[in-house]
Every structure is written in C-alpha cells, then in structure tokens.
Design a protein around this ligand. Structure first.
Ligand SMILES: [Fe+2]
Length: 235
C-alpha cells in the first residue's frame, strides 16, 4: 500500500497532503470576503500555515532526500535544489503579502487580496509541477541507488526530526487527502507504534475533517465496533 511500481514511493503521501493544502488554501483565498476582518485574519493564518508547511517540507527534502541522492549520485539533486531556492523566495514574498493584508484598512484590501490570490495560483502551479518532477525523476534515482529499506530509513529520519506540531500538521493533511484504504493501512501501522493518546488524538482530528461515510469506512477497517459519530464529544 506504500509503494508504486512495486518500489517504495517516499513522496506519495506527503505530496498528496501538500497538494491538498496548497489547493485548499488557494480556494480559501479565492472566496475570501475581504470586508470581513475576522475572515481575513483567519484566511491569512491559513496562508501562513501553508507557507510554513512548504518551507518545512523543502528543508526536510534538502537535508535528507537530496543529501542521500547526492551521496550516491553526485549532482543528481541540483535541479531540485535550485527550484527549492526559488520556492523559498516565493514563500518569503507571499508572507510579506499576507503580513500587509492583515494590516490594511478594509477599503484598501480588495486589490491586495486579488493580487495575493493570483500569486498563490502561480505558486501552487509551480509546486505541482515541481512535485511531479520529483516523483518522476527523483524516484528513478532513489530506486536506482537505494533499496526500499534505505528509502524507508530516510523517511524515518525525516519523521524523527520533526517537531510534534509539524508532525501533526503533516498527518492532518496527509490523512485527510488519502484514499480510504490508504488511510486505514497507514493508521493500522501507526497504531502499532504510536502511544494510545497520540492515536486517539489523530482519530479526534479526523472526526473534524472527514465525512461520516469515510469515518465509517475507517472505523470498520480498524475493527472499531462503534459508529464514529458515537465518539463525538467524548474526548
Ligand atoms: Fe521538493
């Protein structure tokens, strides 16, 4: 369930989560009511969080994935390194825009929000292309130069290096973006190693973000007898 083309795909779930976060944030800004100060503040928080997610992702790929590729095949990550430098500059520019919008008086917000929306659309587009390149080119290099066990070890090092907050955010986007069978498989494995309170916390989070239909499928797959909505409000 964690592999494509019979090899382990280190990008599969984290990129699925990033695509969900990027596109959902773009839609959020596209439909933002710029006259509603509370809604503007909440949306700018979401944009900032998405940008931070992207920044953390770039850092982890540089430190763990690109370094591993370069050790076995020098210069194999040069293109992606350069693209990551562009992403970091884009993130900085978008952060300046969100910082400005938070402080603008209401009558001056409309143009700034439209400008941010269009800049985000380009950012999302560039990131979607970049992730497709990594899944196509980097996986080919990783599969040529590393065993699946070695690729999983790279992923474990990334997970171990994350702060609890960054880990929670990554799981929130990955788990809600997965297919039901992927989600159940991922959580079944996690359940064996994670503390019970961490696992229960993830289920609580999913009760907020998943549909009842997907929750019922998840609880059935995990062998949890009660209907998921019976648990709402119990934690
Ligand atoms: Fe990347």
């Amino acid at each position: 369930m964690y592999t494509t083309h019979s090899r382990y795909d280190i990008y599969a779930f984290i990129h699925k989560g990033l695509r969900a976060c990027l596109t959902q944030t773009l839609l959020r800004v596209g439909r933002l009511d710029w006259t509603d100060s509370d809604d503007v503040a909440a949306a700018m928080d979401e944009v900032s969080d998405m940008l931070d997610f992207c920044r953390q992702h770039v850092a982890k790929e540089n430190t763990y994935v690109h370094a591993a590729m370069e050790r076995r095949r020098p210069e194999s990550a040069t293109t992606a390194d350069h693209e990551h430098e562009h992403h970091l500059r884009d993130i900085e520019a978008l952060e300046v825009q969100t910082f400005t919008i938070r402080r603008l008086p209401v009558l001056r917000r409309e143009d700034a929000v439209t400008t941010l929306y269009k800049a985000l659309a380009v950012f999302v587009s560039v990131n979607l292309e970049h992730m497709a390149m990594e899944e196509r080119e980097h996986n080919r290099i990783l599969w040529d130069t590393h065993s699946d066990q070695e690729i999983m070890a790279i992923e474990h090092a990334i997970v171990a290096s994350q702060s609890p907050e960054d880990g929670q955010r990554a799981l929130r986007w990955m788990l809600t973006a997965m297919q039901p069978t992927e989600r159940a498989g991922f959580l079944s494995v996690l359940r064996q190693s994670a503390p019970a309170e961490v696992f229960d916390g993830l289920l609580q989070m999913l009760r907020i973000h998943l549909s009842e239909r997907d929750l019922i499928k998840l609880y059935a797959a995990l062998g949890m007898g009660r209907r998921p909505l019976d648990y709402v409000g119990m934690a």
